[in-house]
Design a protein around this ligand. Structure first.
Ligand code: ADP
Length: 572
């Protein structure tokens, strides 16, 4: 207890906080309790903002998204045992998305290991499948080196989740202040510089890439959240605009170039990937989201040029050409190489025209659906109203958080991204329940931006109690819940198949119909709106976007609108 110590002594809790501050950490997310409460308090005293959550799962999702948005590891603090287990959701999500995050957990007393101590768990073993690096500070003198190594590993190469274990006895050990400073300096000096260094780019590969693009008939530039993380937007814009090559963002790559750009192939996605002969893929994995780069979605002869920070990723996909390097650097070099001997497809190039025509056709088809005011709401009508309200905000554009089956799928097509890193969604893992954590992270990372969540009632329900966190920190977050009364909406079972003693139970997919989610926020002093018509929704959005206060807009959706499993029905 600090009150009984001489002021010159530093305990483990303080030392962790000091090291985090020295490493440049300025925000932390977590849930306090034994044995880490004082760690959070010390961090705050050192100028770190600690955002306290109700559940480590949401706090972990927040830390992962914070890492993506700021390019500095998001830090999650948890208690031992169950706290650590809840935090695994965030840690695994960070690693799956290749986002930098550090989870720090207190753990039980080392001398009681194996004897059933309070919240005892072999936490290093538990985090292993979900982290790229982990360390345990078995003694207070090991704290500085451990803290700096988990931070450096989180951002090294392909970013991901790392873990630091601090046993409660270590958190209570003390060293004197000058010794603490000495340990910190020593650890800073012996930081592994190789970890932070970017890979050197092989120039001959840049030339090969340019040659492939130059001789292609139907080139395409695809970019993903790795390019967004690398802040490659200016380089990509220059490359696209100087060559006239159409581009296709992945869901979270949206906004690196505006969706409204004349070379955007988003609305002509099937044509673009089905017919391109050379695809420059930057910071995006050829995983399920890009149909593994295989037929029938892609042509079997397509030549891939993959740009990725991760050598193993390139080996795994075995492309025609792989360039290991930072997306911003590589795209910049490709553009520079082209500048010396420029080429441009031009507006009348058959490939560019085909993409533009298809885009026009598909956009027109969608607009027909969108302009209709359908009540009770389907997904399209409210989505159009929300799209227009978000566009009306202008710059800096709001960060859109999206999850749910139909809500996310339809939102991806309808909502317009005009600025980089303004979309956060279920991501590589298809993680549901990320919504409120992402909202809080986005708001903390970009205080000048409004944050708008567009999510299904099921996604919202995973972490609905975090609306209290929104109110407590007064974050400008507007959560729009598409309330169709359950997962995928109403009871879609064949009545003949519903038998057995529990046949009268609600369907596993259904929630209480007409749930008043907007009142949930009002319980904490936030603002709630119920919207079932276009006018109600428009008015709620105007008020919420002007007030910039924590708000939930509960949008009543026809329970039978949309499809079961959204766009992924084939996987059901
Ligand atoms: P998306 O979901 O948008 O398709 P992915 O998460 O699948 O994107 O892919 C992102 C890729 O970007 C990962 O393979 C990761 O290794 C890579 N990456 C991360 N940081 C960088 C960077 N600075 N430069 C290039 N590639 C990066």
């Amino acid at each position: 207890d600090a009150g009984h110590k001489t002021p010159l002594m530093v305990d483990g809790n303080s030392l962790v906080a000091m090291c985090l501050a020295r490493a440049g950490v300025d925000k932390m997310f977590g849930v306090v309790g034994i044995p880490v409460t004082s760690l959070a308090n010390r961090a705050v005293a050192l100028g770190i903002r600690f955002i306290a959550f109700h559940n480590e799962q949401s706090a972990g999702y927040a830390a992962s998204a914070y890492g993506y948005l700021t390019r500095r590891p998001g830090v999650l603090l948890t208690v031992s045992g169950p706290g650590c287990v809840h935090g695994l959701a965030g840690l695994s999500n960070a690693t799956a998305n290749a986002w930098p995050m550090v989870m720090i957990s207190g753990s039980s007393e080392q001398s009681f290991t194996g004897r059933g101590d309070f919240q005892e768990l072999d936490q290093l073993a538990a985090v292993k499948p979900f982290s790229k690096f982990s360390a345990k500070a078995t003694d207070i003198t090991k704290i500085p080196a451990s803290v700096f190594s988990v931070i450096d590993w989180a951002v090294a190469g392909r970013p991901g989740g790392t873990y630091l274990d601090v046993p409660s006895d270590v958190l209570h050990q003390t060293v004197d202040k000058s010794e603490a400073e000495r340990l910190i300096t020593e650890a800073l000096n012996s930081r592994n510089k190789d970890l932070i260094e970017k890979p050197r780019i092989n120039y001959s590969e840049i030339q090969k890439a340019v040659e492939l693009l130059r001789t292609a008939q139907r080139p395409l530039i695809v970019f993903g959240k790795g390019a967004a993380y690398a802040r490659a937007e200016n380089e990509l814009t220059k490359l696209v605009e100087s060559t006239g090559i159409p581009f296709l963002p992945t869901p979270m790559g949206k906004g690196l170039l505006p969706d409204t750009h004349e070379l955007a192939a988003t609305a002509a996605r099937s044509l673009a990937i089905g017919k391109c002969d050379v695809a420059l893929v930057v910071g995006a994995r050829l995983n399920w989201l890009l149909h593994f780069g295989e037929p029938p979605k892609w042509s079997k002869d397509v030549k891939f040029i993959l740009v990725d920070i991760c050598k193993e990723e390139i080996k795994l996909r075995n492309p025609c050409l792989g360039i290991v390097g930072d997306a911003k650097d590589v795209v910049g070099m490709i553009h520079k190489e082209i500048k010396d001997d420029p080429f441009c497809l031009g507006r009348t190039h058959p490939w560019v025209e085909a993409i533009k025509n298809k885009t026009k056709e598909n956009v027109a088809k969608m607009e027909v659906q969108l302009v209709k005011d359908v009540v009770p709401f389907n997904f399209m009508t409210p989505m159009r109203i929300i799209r227009d309200a978000i566009l009306g905000v202008g710059s800096p554009a709001p960060i859109v958080v999206s999850e749910g089956a139909n809500t996310m799928d339809i939102g991806r097509a309808v909502l317009v991204q005009t600025e980089p890193r303004t979309r956060l969604d279920a991501g590589t893992w298809g993680t549901m329940g990320v919504g409120l954590g992402y909202c809080i992270a986005a708001s903390v990372a970009s205080p000048d931006r409004l944050v708008v969540a567009v999510e299904g009632d099921s996604g919202f329900g995973f972490s609905a109690m975090e609306v209290e966190t929104l109110v407590r920190y007064q974050l400008p977050v507007v959560v729009i819940v598409f309330n169709n009364g359950g997962v995928y909406g109403g009871d879609r079972r064949n009545p003949e198949e519903i038998t057995g003693p529990y046949k009268d139970d609600p369907a596993p997919t259904s929630f209480v119909p007409g749930a008043a989610y907007h009142l949930l926020l009002e319980a904490f002093g936030g603002k709630g709106y119920l919207a079932g018509t276009p006018d109600e929704l428009k008015s709620a959005l105007v008020q919420a976007f002007t007030a910039r206060k924590p708000t939930v807009i509960n949008v009543t959706i026809d329970p039978y609108a949309g499809a079961e499993s959204g766009r992924l029905q084939h996987k059901n």
